[in-house]
Design a protein around this ligand. Structure first.
Ligand SMILES: [Ca+2]
Ligand SMILES: [Ca+2]
Length: 491
């Protein structure tokens, strides 16, 4: 954690002397007003606003040489900030878009922020980038005070800190049967934060302890989908549960829910029983990824215990994680709505896949390749030593080819269906097509003769023992005259 350092106490005095009047620069457009401001602390974040007619000049002073980086980052609007470093006389030292780094000796300076284009607010920081030769500047060690006239012995806070320590409210509420251990303590460090770089380092995690010894008691909503994973075009049911309503009960609840309409379709909203018999329910939408369900207990019925508020149907359209989240407001009958926490859900949508399996026997290593209808290769796999293989592919019809060097191929056209395994008949490849022209004939035998007792070409070593000889010729001869791919059928 860095601490902010006082840049120079004298800058405040300089400001008092210079007053608040505009200090026009030769760099400014004639019609532009320049607002003087002060840049007093290292690492603090200052906010400002500039447009075509308003520039801001931040004064600061160094008591020694510093290497530093000044950064202006647009925080609203379409502003592209220009950072202009000026010396004590208003002469330009350096100008960069967004950020600049410089080394300057003791003296008075200012940084002028102008729009390169656009207009809007920005966050400005000055950071010391090289402290090796520096005498440490005073370091804040105690809590801030709001007094505007600091003395070197105490430590004011930055004038404007845009990032304040964040207090987290856990959004993942445990389900009704789990221990509520969502005691995520926000790591708001009591030491001086570095505003521009303060990022929450701890995400509140809800540990659903299996050994549930207590039940969450705060009112909340949880959504579940069953099944939690479906294929494209599959369906699931969403259930929205209202948990732990107060004993005095809720008279109604409103669920404003969102989802990605490219991924899922929702429909068929059915009221549950948490509001008792015959609740009155209306549904707005679904449209454009949003629906609103409003349910009120009829004839004085209230939701006093946990239960199902409503269910809905989900049709999966596209693979991925489909989230459904709701903002929930409840009424206790006193004509006011209260928002209660709601835990979103996620439906896993998978692309329908199936498997192809089988066994191919040959004395050489075999590859099984699956081709799409357009003859492009979908996938391929080397068979196991025992000839078995299994591969996965999207549902569809393919051409499957089993091939081995020096062997005629086997070829089939299996259909692969989602979630199923299509098993091919066991096939024995025919040895002898050494030149791979789809026929076993005298030309293949000649290759064995020409390379007799050799080891290459390996296609001629049909029994895969490392030597081309009579044993290979035997294999070839047993299939002599065969041609074409073997028909390979599913079981
Ligand atoms: Ca051949
Ligand atoms: Ca051999």
């Amino acid at each position: 954690m860095k601490f902010k350092h006082l840049l120079q106490f004298s800058v405040l005095m300089a400001l008092l002397v210079s007053g608040l009047g505009p200090n026009l620069s030769a760099k400014a457009a004639p019609q532009s007003e320049i607002i003087d401001r002060s840049l007093t602390y290292w690492d603090a974040t200052y906010t400002g606003y500039v447009d075509a007619t308003r520039f801001e000049k931040w004064q600061f002073a160094f008591g020694q040489t510093y290497t530093f980086t000044i950064t202006a980052i647009q925080s609203s609007g379409n502003l592209i900030p220009l950072v202009r470093l000026l010396d004590g006389n208003g002469n330009e030292i350096s100008t960069q878009t967004g950020s600049l780094t410089s080394t300057q000796p003791a003296g008075n300076y200012s940084v002028q922020i102008e729009p390169l284009s656009g207009a809007g607010t920005y966050n400005l920081t000055i950071r010391q980038t090289n402290t090796s030769t520096s005498t440490p500047t005073p370091t804040p060690t105690s809590s801030p005070t709001s007094t505007f006239t600091p003395t070197p012995t105490f430590t004011p806070t930055p004038i404007t800190a845009t990032a304040t320590p964040i207090t987290f409210t856990p959004t993942n509420t445990p389900t009704s049967t789990s221990t509520s251990t969502a005691t995520a303590t926000p790591t708001s460090t009591p030491q001086t934060p570095t505003p521009a770089t303060l990022t929450p380092t701890s995400t509140p995690t809800t540990t659903a302890t299996p050994t549930a010894t207590a039940t969450s008691t705060f009112p909340n909503v949880s959504i579940t989908v069953n099944p939690a994973s479906v294929n494209v075009n599959g369906t699931s049911t969403g259930t929205v549960n209202l948990n732990n309503p107060p004993v005095s009960g809720y008279t109604s609840a409103e669920f404003t829910c969102t989802y990605n309409p490219a991924q899922i379709q929702v429909s068929n909203f059915v009221a549950g029983s948490v509001f008792g018999a015959s609740p009155v329910m209306v549904v707005n939408g679904p449209a454009s990824g949003t629906f609103i369900v409003a349910i009120a207990g009829s004839n004085g019925n209230k939701a006093t215990t946990s239960g199902i508020a409503f269910t809905f149907s989900i049709l999966a359209l596209q693979a991925g994680q489909a989230n459904v989240q709701c903002t929930v407001r409840v009424s206790d009958g006193s004509d006011a709505l209260t928002t209660i926490p709601s835990t979103p859900t996620s439906l896993t949508v998978t692309t329908p896949q199936g498997s192809l399996a089988g066994q191919v026997l040959a004395s050489k290593s075999v590859t099984v390749s699956l081709y799409n209808p357009d003859t492009t290769l979908a996938t391929s796999v080397a068979v196991n030593p025992d000839g078995t293989f299994s591969l996965s592919a999207l549902a569809g019809t393919y051409t499957v080819v089993a091939s081995a060097e020096g062997f005629l191929e086997a070829q089939g056209a299996p259909a692969i269906t989602a979630g199923n395994t299509t098993t091919m008949q066991t096939v024995i490849l025919l040895a002898g097509d050494i030149d791979n022209n789809n026929v076993i004939n005298q030309l293949d035998a000649m290759t064995i003769g020409m390379n007799y007792n050799g080891s290459t070409p390996t296609a001629a070593d049909l029994n895969n023992d490392g030597t081309i000889n009579i044993l290979d010729l035997e294999l070839l001869a047993s299939n002599y005259g065969q041609s074409g791919a073997l028909a390979w059928l599913p079981q």
